[in-house]
Design a protein around this ligand. Structure first.
Ligand SMILES: Cc1cc2nc3c(=O)[nH]c(=O)nc-3n(C[C@H](O)[C@H](O)[C@H](O)COP(=O)(O)OP(=O)(O)OC[C@H]3O[C@@H](n4cnc5c(N)ncnc54)[C@H](O)[C@@H]3O)c2cc1C
Length: 406
């Protein structure tokens, strides 16, 4: 037999209790908890650990918008982050910095007040309203038209690539394997059961395969002839040059909470002659090294990851309107980046078994909240694979539910 030393050995054969496909937050945390449960796991990643949405995003651990039935995932994840350094042995720069949802009009403030009532009913008692004077005292530099908003002291921030690298390192410390630069070329079945995962690095015999391929989950679904209704939603962000620390919290506009506001603002800008396809939301935070992270726009463009001028301009305009000092002090944007989050029509993930393909388990569709939901969701998928039952109910996330397809 002749060997090509530039490639891996396609003829290598091994086995695992569970093969997890995709090293984003969902796949990594699933593989990590399975490792802690004593399972032999191999985690396969097409590119590098965290090379999908999980390694480059806005990194908010954001709870205020999380509702039943995903709220338990957030609760689990948020608590895990408070102990993540000692638990996985890796500093992921988690800060429990608190966060605001910001109102730019009386109407938005009213909507936030009503919304807060609902949030309390959902058990998020830690959230409070902050009114105009108090808001401007706490956060100088916001435009006078900002009326205040809600504050949640539990909101946090991490360094997302460190979260990914940290989990991968913990999986290896627990004796399991993470194969990067690995293409999954086939999932062989015996009867209606998964049997083998075939890759460019060899074949793995297994009875359980987890599809945690994020925005690419549909491609993995095709390997077992199922449709996975998860598609890429591109989100674009800008990053400023580093400036002296001034913002130790995370902020976002009410656009992200209320579709009504989003639509009204978009229409107003179109009426004013601007060429906008959608209102840019408003997210605002400062990284540990001083860079300001400014977001964001969302659009559906397949897998086109380019940053375009229209989206960048929309973000810069919203930011300058809400925070005039950014514009007045001419703080430079040094880069923009875009990435895909795994979008589902009903904003809920797809988790659990797939009828007709025994041993194939879905773990995708965390939408725009995976950094705050992924650890709890991964724990739940690990429980399902290892024990066949879960603490957090998963039937809401069934791949056959109607709301995924409407
Ligand atoms: C710009 C942006 C900002 C965001 N900001 C926030 C935020 O502030 N807070 C928050 O909570 N969430 C945020 N999100 C959402 C969050 O990033 C996602 O919900 C989360 O990262 C999804 O994780 P995942 O593991 O499901 O997918 P991914 O991280 O995309 O991981 C999927 C992985 O599967 C791999 N893969 C694909 N196909 C294959 C294959 N055939 N074989 C092997 N591997 C494969 C990919 O390479 C990738 O590494 C943001 C998203 C974006 C895009």
């Amino acid at each position: 037999m002749s060997y090509d030393f530039a490639t891996y050995d396609k003829n290598y054969h091994t086995e695992a209790d569970v093969v997890v496909i995709g090293a984003g937050i969902f796949g990594l945390s699933t593989a990590y908890f399975l490792s802690r449960m004593g399972k032999k796991v191999i985690l396969l990643e097409k590119k590098d650990v965290g090379s999908g949405a999980s390694g480059s995003n806005e990194a908010f651990v954001w709870g205020c918008t999380r509702k039943f039935p995903v709220l338990p995932f957030y609760r689990f994840s948020q608590q895990f982050y408070t102990k993540i350094h000692e638990t996985i042995g890796y500093d992921v720069e988690y800060t429990n910095c608190g966060g605001y949802v910001i109102a730019e009009s009386e109407r938005e403030m009213e909507l936030l007040e009503e919304w807060l009532e609902q949030r309390w009913q959902d058990g998020l008692f830690e959230m409070k309203m902050v009114y105009k004077d108090e808001f401007h005292k706490r956060l100088p530099g916001f435009s006078d038209h900002v009326m205040g908003g809600t504050y949640n002291p539990l909101e946090g921030r991490v360094n997302s690539i460190l979260v990914c690298v940290g989990f991968a390192s913990a999986i290896r410390d627990l004796g399991n394997e993470v194969w990067t630069k690995t293409d999954v070329t086939a999932i062989n079945q015996k009867g209606n059961k998964v049997h083998e995962v075939v890759t460019n690095r060899g074949t793995i015999r297994t009875d359980c395969v987890v599809n945690a391929a994020g925005s690419w989950a549909a491609d993995i679904g095709k390997l077992v002839n199922i449709d996975v209704p998860v598609i890429p939603n591109r989100m674009t962000l800008l990053v400023s040059e580093p400036v002296a620390p001034f913002l130790n919290t995370v902020c976002m506009s009410a656009v992200y909470v209320f579709d009504e506001i989003n639509k009204a603002k978009t229409q107003a800008r179109i009426a004013a002659g601007e060429d906008v396809k959608m209102e840019a939301g408003y997210t605002y935070s400062q990284q540990a090294k001083g860079n300001i992270m400014l977001g964001s726009t969302e659009d559906f463009v397949g897998y086109d990851r380019r940053v375009n001028f229209e989206n960048s301009k929309a973000i810069a305009k919203v930011m300058g309107d809400v925070n005039p000092p950014l514009r007045d002090k001419k703080i430079n944007v040094i880069r923009g980046f875009a990435n895909f989050f795994p979008y589902t029509k009903d904003d809920l993930p797809v988790i659990g078994p797939v009828p007709g393909v025994e041993g194939f388990v879905m773990a995708s569709g965390l939408n725009g909240g995976g950094m705050g939901l992924g650890i709890g969701a991964g724990y739940t998928v690990a429980q399902y694979c290892a024990l066949g039952e879960t603490h957090i109910p998963i039937h809401y996330f069934d791949i056959q539910r109607e709301s995924l397809y409407k």
